[in-house]
Ligand binder design. Sequence first.
Ligand SMILES: Nc1ncnc2c1ncn2[C@@H]1O[C@H](COP(=O)(O)OP(=O)(O)OP(=O)(O)O)[C@@H](O)[C@H]1O
Length: 316
Amino acid sequence: MRKVYEIQNVRKVYKKGKKLANEDITFDVHEGEILAILGPNGAGKSTLVKQMVAQSKPTSGQITLYGRDVIRYSSDVAQRVGYYAQESWALANLTVQEAIFFTARLRGINRIDAEHLTRLWIGKFDLSSIADKMIKRISGGQRRLAGLAAVMAGDPEVLILDEPTNELDPVKRKLVWDLVREKNREQGTTVLLVTHNVLEAEQVVDRVAIIDHGKLQVIDSITNLKNRVDPRLKVEFTLLSGYREQAEQLLSQWGAVETLSENRVQMLVERDEVSRLVSNITEHLDQLSCEAYKIVPPSLEDVYIKLGGGNRDEHQ
Ligand SMILES: Nc1ncnc2c1ncn2[C@@H]1O[C@H](COP(=O)(O)OP(=O)(O)OP(=O)(O)O)[C@@H](O)[C@H]1O
């Protein structure tokens, strides 16, 4: 598989405050993949992507884009990478449509195509009602959508999106994830996402890197990561009020039961045991006083909590 980025032993110490933000980070980004970088606040995620787009120079180590050092060949980054930063003030004095149009033009797209792309992305991001407003005069969420539209309209080969869905309502968050997926599927765009939105990211990404305290804790496919954590399935029960103990007694004949709350319990079962458990449950549904039950596979959130993101306090 062709490597888009190669990140080798990257370390970053911010002079101000002598803060070690990244340490010994090594991984590759593969062409055509969607890779998420997850990690708690202050873990060093934004620092890493700023180095990948040559906005910050590693204290040591090297980052290459299609084999060329990003600091030495920073014009490659400008040409090939669309970077959406958390705070992006460069476009504040432009209208939404100017921001999209000029970003496309800066990428070398001719005027007619840039006009077409501007209309297209205003439509896709549902921005027509604010197309003539200045970016500094629209809401935080609208600004985020306008910024994303500008980055995507430039049709870069690589998209790096730092927290693309922060501040967005659920409908707009879904729209952003759908458009990211569409771009990846239809144009083969390589996408690197920094996000705290673990549950939503799971629907979109191929691989995940977890960073904590500036270090890469793990990078792997979602399936492999889930297998590392606990491949068992959770069976969650909601019981009628007052019947939990009775239900627990019955369920414990079929496996270990964990109390979650006054009327909720769960069991962890191996995949090949699920069908037997389900037939036991359906046979004894009345005795269980069960309002509802559901089978839940391990989620990316379980992985995140186990392998990095949830361990913040333990390290401090
Ligand atoms: N310009 C800077 N000067 C000094 N220290 C900095 C600077 N930028 C970030 N840091 C520090 O480096 C560490 C990593 O910050 P970074 O912004 O990369 O984390 P992050 O994982 O992106 O966090 P968040 O999820 O909260 O955005 C933090 O301790 C932060 O305070």
